[in-house]
Design a protein around this ligand. Structure first.
Ligand SMILES: [Zn+2]
Ligand SMILES: [Zn+2]
Length: 384
């Protein structure tokens, strides 16, 4: 029988093996996941690709050469330059070196073209061509930082966003396991629109390599973020079903002068009352004495008399930028004076950008928004 210390060593070894194997294995990202292309155009942009289909056919494709991959009966039809089309169940384009890259264009309402590195695997599913890209981790993270955080920002903010993206990637590597890939490229997972040439973002990813955010239990945190908190972040327990100790409300003095700090929506008084009536308010309009509602700090419910309605529901119903708003009657109108943009949980991007401009580094920024966390190497993370 194992002694407790031997058991501990085995558990520790398993954890290490798990993350190391993840680091060494290839990431599988479904690209154009929210589209349903019936056919796609693959073009080699740099270097060479080796095309292998499910029947064992092999062809080398050089820079400038293309392949059109279309849904055909239950399989795919593939047509490359100067060769007759052929039918197969799947096709794999392998990069012959790490510098090779390709573009993909899909036929949708607006033709979209995006650039990628690494391999591409195509197979059919429910009338569409499914595309799985196998990028290296740093290229993927740089693409996510640009898509989620934007270009032209301070390096310490970009490092912050890189660590958040890496934490998310490792935490949710198995989100699409039953679909035979790791993550999709839209906001269901993390936005990824292909590779980039932004040297500052590439540096931010490289300078923070392997760093992730862990909770007190050494488990990867839910690295939530939003555009602007309006001066106070939201506690995760007030927004989602479960609270996390590191996602507590924080007063944020940094984001007040940013682009998304304020918003306003004007409705007619009648529309507001009829909305409240539809949502369960019983009083007749002329009995509604107190429409006004103030939110100097974040609340969870709108209150008028004995009636209350979750702010989250109002935000969803009226498509508001945030739940952090006050309500005031002015003549025949109701004015919603809002603060912030997004769910408000975790890191406030515009506050983080302002902190970086003021000279805070990525550690100070992350420790400001996430309570009691540690920034650590991925190999120190434990699985729950
Ligand atoms: Zn997804
Ligand atoms: Zn903020």
């Amino acid at each position: 029988m194992n002694s407790p210390s031997a058991e501990f060593r085995i558990i520790a070894l398993c954890i290490l093996v798990l993350h190391t194997s993840v680091l060494q294995s290839q990431l599988r990202i479904r690209i154009f996941a929210d589209k349903s292309p019936g056919s796609v155009l693959f073009s080699v942009t740099v270097g060479e690709y080796s095309l292998t289909d499910s029947n064992g056919r092999i062809k080398t494709m050089r820079s400038g050469e293309s392949a059109i991959i279309s849904r055909f009966n239950s399989g795919l039809a593939v047509k490359t330059n100067n060769d007759p089309a052929f039918i197969c169940d799947s096709v794999h384009f392998s990069a012959t070196d790490s510098k090779a890259s390709f573009s993909v264009r899909i036929n949708s309402d607006v033709p979209q073209r995006q650039y990628y590195t690494g391999d591409l695997i195509c197979y059919p599913d429910l009338g569409t061509v499914v595309m799985i890209n196998l990028p290296d981790i740093d290229s993927y993270l740089a693409g996510v930082v640009r898509a989620e955080g934007g270009s032209g920002k301070h390096i310490e903010y970009l490092k912050t966003q890189a660590i958040i993206a890496r934490t998310y990637m490792y935490k949710y590597l198995h989100k699409h396991t039953s679909d035979r890939y790791n993550l999709c490229d839209n906001t269901h997972c993390q936005a990824f629109n292909g590779v980039i040439n932004d040297s500052l973002i590439v540096k931010a990813v490289r300078d923070t390599r392997d760093l992730v955010i862990l909770g007190r239990d050494s488990v990867l945190i839910i690295s939530a973020f939003h555009s602007n908190c309006g001066g106070e972040t939201a506690s995760s327990g007030d927004v989602w079903l479960t609270g996390q100790p590191y996602l507590k409300s924080v007063k944020d003095p940094y984001c007040n002068n940013s682009r998304n700090a304020r918003w306003k929506k004007v409705l007619s008084l009648n529309d507001w009352i009829s909305y409240l009536n539809k949502s369960g308010l019983k009083e007749k309009p002329d009995e509604v004495l107190k429409i006004n509602f103030a939110q100097s700090t974040r609340k969870t419910d709108y209150m008028t008399g004995n009636f209350s309605l979750p702010l989250q529901k109002i935000r969803d119903d009226l498509d508001l930028r945030s739940t952090f708003f006050s309500v005031r009657v002015e003549g025949d109108s109701v004015i919603l004076d809002g603060k912030g943009y997004g769910h408000g949980v975790g890191l406030c991007q515009e506050g983080a950008m302002a902190m970086a401009e003021k000279g805070f580094d990525y550690r100070q920024i992350i420790y400001f928004y996430f309570e009691g966390v540690i920034i650590s190497d991925i190999n120190n993370a434990v699985q729950k």
